[in-house]
Design a protein around this ligand. Structure first.
Ligand SMILES: NC(=O)c1ccc[n+]([C@@H]2O[C@H](COP(=O)([O-])OP(=O)(O)OC[C@H]3O[C@@H](n4cnc5c(N)ncnc54)[C@H](O)[C@@H]3O)[C@@H](O)[C@H]2O)c1
Length: 328
């Protein structure tokens, strides 16, 4: 039975990936510092370790003890917009933490290291973004993701560590932390509706995004270790359908069966149109038909209404207050 480490497995995507990896018949160890996740998310059959990827002594012990075959690295602080204001935290968690894992993976001859990068590496190039475009990230989060992509490439060349890189975008679904006011617009909207607050949109709401339902993402991340044709490659992953935030707000209101108002806030510094091409992904993974936004929102809304609203927590250690967007 192969053994896999899933970092961030108490988080949203990581908990789904951990379940999918268990379903493949692996033994799964989840490592999560619970800075953004919840133990209740972690599948019961996985072994949960509370700890940080910044703790390299802990990583060294874990790698020695478990002799992992695969590492699925999803642990990160992923608030892209906030990353301008928490640069040090962003680079520590998302670069140094990842490097700690890569070091151990090399030392312990891991067969394949699966990394969730992001569409953020593309910056504001003309969509659809495709894997052959040269990344031009425009925020610290995207820079951190791109630097780890490059690290994995040079580590493969120097030490032979195999990798698969995914660049997901706007993933949503059950178990998302809807109380994080800094990220995940669908979760933010659902939480606002349940708290009888107006839905907040930065700018005029005409920016476009493609929203990817979790079940169209997690199974393929999990299965990528099975097919060595996908190793040492980069894949965009997620939905092809893109929508304005104004349209999304209406759809979320419909799925939540609720009336709502929109409060437009001053636009923030963000990429206006972000969607990507999935031709390469389709060629290698032959995915099932994607879940429509209508259906995905219905499923998430059902879960959110059952779980109830969440209190939005403040990020306690903002490093630069200058220009922090309204409402943060
Ligand atoms: N959700 C998206 O739309 C999206 C899009 C592109 C990429 N990603 C990437 O996918 C991964 C998962 O994102 P998510 O949306 O599930 O976020 P999430 O916040 O729900 O999950 C991340 C998990 O990582 C954990 N974590 C953070 N720092 C850690 C550390 N130092 N040590 C151990 N654990 C740590 C958190 O506690 C959390 O449980 C991230 O790498 C993110 O950058 C997400």
């Amino acid at each position: 039975m192969p053994t896999s480490l899933v970092t961030g497995g108490a988080g949203f995507i990581g908990s789904h990936v951990a379940q999918e990896v268990l379903d493949l018949g692996h033994k799964v160890i989840v490592l999560d510092d619970l800075s953004g996740g919840f133990t209740s998310n972690t599948p019961k059959s996985a072994k949960f370790i509370h700890g940080s990827i910044l703790d390299h002594d802990l990583l060294s012990e874990l790698f020695k003890e478990h002799q992992f075959d695969y590492v699925y690295h999803l642990g990160a602080y992923a608030a892209e917009g906030l990353s301008h204001f928490i640069k040090r935290y962003n680079y520590q968690n998302n670069v140094i933490g990842s490097i700690n894992l890569i070091n151990e993976s090399v030392k312990h001859n891991i067969k394949c290291f699966v990394f969730t990068s992001s569409i953020a590496v593309y910056g504001s190039q003309i969509p659809p973004m495709s894997e052959d475009m040269i990344p031009q990230p425009e925020d610290p989060y995207g820079i951190a993701k791109y630097s780890i992509e490059q690290e994995l490439k040079v580590t493969k060349e120097q030490f032979g560590l195999n990798y698969v890189i995914f660049r997901p975008h706007n993933v949503y679904g059950e178990r998302q932390n809807i109380g994080d006011k800094y990220r995940n617009v669908i979760g933010i909207f659902m939480n606002q509706i349940m708290r009888n607050q107006p839905l907040t949109i930065f700018g005029n709401g005409k920016q476009t995004r493609a929203f990817s339902y979790i079940k169209d993402v997690a199974p393929y991340i999990a299965r990528s270790t099975k097919n060595i044709d996908t190793w040492n490659q980069i894949f965009n992953i997620g939905s092809d359908e893109n929508y304005t935030l104004n349209h999304l707000a209406k759809e979320v209101g419909r799925a939540m069966n609720s009336k709502f108002t929109i409060k437009y806030l001053k636009e923030r510094n963000e990429v206006l149109h972000a969607h990507s091409s999935h031709e390469k992904f389709k060629k290698f993974f032959s995915p099932s038909k994607e879940t429509s936004l209508y259906e995905g929102l219905n499923r998430m809304a059902k879960w959110a209404l059952k779980s109830g609203p969440m209190k939005s927590s403040e990020f306690s250690n903002i490093e630069i207050e200058k220009g922090l967007p309204e409402g943060w």
